[in-house]
Design a protein around this ligand. Sequence first.
Ligand SMILES: Nc1ncnc2c1ncn2[C@@H]1O[C@H](COP(=O)(O)OP(=O)(O)OP(=O)(O)O)[C@@H](O)[C@H]1O
Length: 252
Amino acid sequence: MSDLILETRGLTKTFGGLTAVSGISLQVAPREIHAIIGPNGAGKSTMVNLLSGHLLPCAGQVIFNGQDITGLAPNKVSHLGVGRSFQRTNIFPSFTCLENCLLAAQSRLKNSFRFFRRGDRYPLVRERAEKALEACGLSSKGHSIASSMSYGEQRQLEIGMVLATEPSFLLLDEPMAGMGKEESNRVVELLAELSRDYSLLLVEHDMDAVFSIAKTLTVMVNGQMLASGPLDHVRNDPAVQEAYLGDGEEQF
Ligand SMILES: Nc1ncnc2c1ncn2[C@@H]1O[C@H](COP(=O)(O)OP(=O)(O)OP(=O)(O)O)[C@@H](O)[C@H]1O
């Protein structure tokens, strides 16, 4: 029995003549934060989309909790416990924080026709939504209209909506994108807290954030995996050092 929660084997995606993800094999252990880093166009978001079922791989496998989930539709992947957030904020701006989480929690009800009833009429849905709000640090903002909150809080809410779907694994695409230092520090703390209960794979450009919370790291360049493994090991890998120090853009 594998002790990995997620594993990819030779995962590959091409768009016409471009190989966006080329034979990537990585592993994520339970309750660890695994970060994927790399320059723009490296294939990081494509990788996330392959894991969440939003894109079909051309070759390779995705194994989640020992089950081959390659090619499953996003809703099936989500029902198995993989929750994902997107690079751009994906909330209902005119709804309150609680209503956003209620909708996310309600999406987990078996009968989709139950969408015609308000989520707060279901005690379980309400309980999950409130728990998610608390877990994302917004329990005091339940009745705030989402669009009236700061950008950082809106991104926190998005994580709350993912949590309301009761995942065991979180796929987060640039959760700190566009944030100032203070806001991203708050999200770093939140993710560290969440890693006690959840396994996380995140794509992130903020190296300070990555190095402060990730336990394992995968570095991608031009669709290829340059290195993958424990943070310090990968960080000191000569190929990684060269790739990052080479263009002077993202040094560590
Ligand atoms: N749907 C698509 N059709 C065609 N090409 C695509 C598609 N999605 C991504 N690509 C290409 O695949 C490559 C990898 O893109 P991807 O968005 O995965 O990179 P990334 O590492 O996430 O970049 P960034 O950090 O800028 O978000 C890029 O060259 C991109 O233009």
